[in-house]
Design a binder for this molecule. Structure first.
Ligand SMILES: Nc1ncnc2c1ncn2[C@@H]1O[C@H](COP(=O)(O)OP(=O)(O)OP(=O)(O)O)[C@@H](O)[C@H]1O
Ligand SMILES: [Mg+2]
Length: 315
């Protein structure tokens, strides 16, 4: 399916995201050398007989280390448990899709990956999540830096009520990424180009971001995330408010971006999951039911509940 050449990783200039709470500037730590081996990986051996066994983690390719690793992550909101012991690896150069019926915990899990659940007072997260082998929930982790490294794009495009240029320049500027005007302009141009929006907006960078079409706004939000130099991009139903043409553009963009960033995307659209992802995780009632290669999940699921969901029996 996706046969794109791997592109070089982005530079490692430290910058947090503009959407995160803005605090004092600090240097981003990148422990790209700290790796954790795939000890939990288990091959999903055997025939495709649907079973009630818990989800297994897909076997890593030889030599691969996950960019992010979630181990037995549980979340409750007050007394209500929303997620139960979910273990998933997120890989560089790969798109991981989260699917499942409404309320099954997809967004909750996605939010764990950059600690957005910290912003929900009733949320309690347990388990372990690592980014390049670092525990993201440890007190040593700067959450602002984390949210720059693990950027997020939401369901509804949410540009700031500022110019197109400012939407992209805001994060880099407040964290001192572009020290000169020219540098900042370069970052804005590069980010808008990567988000596939440059040609459409290059002559109107001073206009308000909110004046763009929905699809353009979503690409602006992607440019905004890219501008602070993330390693992982989380997308929560990024196309659900878009028309089919704008959706196709975002999907094309996801194809292009996956060579630079690890991407996790929540989607209700089975065709979209099949088109854009290489790994799919199926959630149901707060449990990870099945996680594996997208091609296998959609053609040969191991679990009856996955089969029922992808064939439209519920959800
Ligand atoms: N802020 C919150 N406070 C309390 N409960 C919440 C909160 N956010 C989510 N929940 C509950 O947690 C469970 C999982 O919700 P979540 O939003 O993660 O599901 P989802 O799979 O993303 O659903 P959808 O497909 O509708 O977006 C649901 O029962 C939901 O009601
Ligand atoms: Mg959701």
């Amino acid at each position: 399916m996706l046969m794109k050449e791997k592109m070089p990783l982005m530079s490692t200039t430290p910058v947090p995201t503009p959407s995160a709470a803005i605090t004092a500037d600090s240097n981003r730590k990148r422990s790209s050398t700290t790796k954790v081996k795939g000890d939990r990986s288990k091959a999903q051996a055997g025939a495709a007989e649907p079973s009630a066994e818990p989800a297994t983690v897909p076997e890593a390719e030889p030599g691969e280390t996950p960019k992010m690793r979630a181990h037995e992550v549980s979340v409750s909101y007050g007394d209500k448990q929303a997620l139960n012991k979910v273990s998933i690896d997120i890989h560089d150069d790969r798109v991981t899709a989260f699917i499942g019926p409404s309320g099954c915990g997809k967004s909750t899990f996605l939010r764990c990956l950059n600690r957005m659940n910290d912003t929900i007072p009733t949320a309690r997260v347990t388990g372990n999540i690592e980014l390049d082998g670092e525990d993201i929930n440890s007190s040593a982790m700067d959450v602002v830096q984390l949210r720059a490294r693990v950027g997020m794009v939401f369901q509804k495009p949410n540009p700031f009520p500022k110019s197109i240029f400012e939407n992209v320049a805001y994060g880099p500027r407040i964290h001192g990424l572009g020290s000169s005007k020219a540098e900042l302009e370069q970052i804005v141009e590069k980010s808008l180009k990567r988000a596939g929006l440059w040609d459409e907006v290059k002559d109107r960078l001073g206009e308000s971001g909110t004046a763009l079409s929905g699809g353009q706004q979503q690409r602006l939000c992607i440019a905004r995330a890219i501008a602070v130099d993330p390693e992982v991009i989380l997308m929560d139903e990024p196309c659900s408010a878009l028309d089919p043409i704008a959706t196709a553009k975002i999907e094309e963009l996801i194809h292009e971006l996956r060579g630079r960033y690890a991407i996790a995307i929540v989607t209700h659209n089975m065709q979209q999951a099949a088109r854009v992802s290489q790994r799919t995780a199926f959630f149901h009632l707060g449990e990870l039911i099945e996680y594996g290669k997208t091609s296998e999940i959609f053609t040969n699921p191991r679990q009856q509940r996955t089969q029922d969901y992808i064939t439209g029996r519920y959800g």
